[in-house]
Design a protein around this ligand. Structure first.
Ligand code: HPA
Length: 250
């Protein structure tokens, strides 16, 4: 089953049938909110709002372990993580979509593994390619099907937040090779890998990252405007996900 984790601006899925909500508790505590299970184009799907239903949970407060565990228990074998990001590279423009193929983790202090505690053996996952290529391809094919331009590839720099970055921090991320910056991409991707769940990121550019806007500041008003256009694109892509050919990752 496919799961969608909705970020800022995506709190529910359109067109879901046979909807039922499940409030679950995991060994890692409660997830961000109830799981919303249903069917899209006759395929089962489960949805979770990453920041909670009323967007009350800040990026560093998200219980990523509980979210991933709950989705796995519900039967998710592939997850599309939707997230608002700042654009470091010129493309995509605001409101546009990117499907990154790499990430760099700058977050700190977030519980980032299931492999800890006296009962757990030490395990290391391969994370050379943090996103599942087949699922990335499926997302990109869905974008083509939906008539939405999406940038194939890029490097997601995951920052701690909740504040936005300084211009110098963004210049450093750029030197590191980041093309996008967001606050929720990690540890979500790594936890999915630890559980053996396919994972891809659908990043929505809602602003030019700090210092990339002709020296101007990042305007929060502009972010909200771009978010609504960007999320229309995301909804179109999700709607098309079930129409495109896919292998067994869904
Ligand atoms: N930086 C970090 N996270 C973000 C940004 C940004 O500029 N925009 C949206 N999420």
């Amino acid at each position: 089953m496919l799961a969608i984790i909705g970020g800022t601006g995506l709190y529910e899925l359109d067109g879901l049938h046979e909807v039922r909500e499940e409030s679950v508790v995991t060994p890692w505590g409660p997830p961000s909110g109830p799981l919303v299970l249903g069917r899209l184009a006759d395929q089962p799907v489960v949805f979770l709002a990453r920041h909670g239903v009323r967007h009350a949970i800040a990026p560093h407060e998200i219980n990523f372990r509980a979210n991933l565990w709950a989705l796995r228990e519900a039967g998710a074998r592939a997850i599309v993580g939707v997230g608002a990001v700042g654009g470091i590279a010129p493309e995509p423009a605001e409101g546009g979509i990117a499907v990154p193929d790499q990430l760099i983790d700058y977050t700190w202090g977030r519980p980032a593994t299931f492999f800890e505690g006296p009962e757990s053996p030490v395990e290391h996952i391969d994370f050379t390619w943090p996103y599942t290529e087949a699922l990335r391809r499926r997302l990109l094919a869905a974008a083509v099907h939906a008539g939405v331009d999406a940038v194939d590839g890029g490097c997601y720099g995951a920052t701690q937040g909740p504040r936005l970055e300084t211009a110098a921090e963004i210049a450093r991320l750029e030197r590191d090779g980041c093309t996008l910056v967001g606050m929720t991409g990690m540890p979500e991707a790594a936890l999915a890998r630890e559980l053996g769940i396919d994972y891809a990121c659908c990043a929505v550019v809602v602003n030019r990252a700090a210092g990339k806007n002709d020296g101007g500041e990042v305007s929060l008003d502009t972010i909200w405007q771009n978010l609504s256009q960007g999320m229309d694109n995301v909804r179109a892509i999700i709607g098309a996900l079930f129409a495109v050919e896919h292998t067994d990752e869904g």
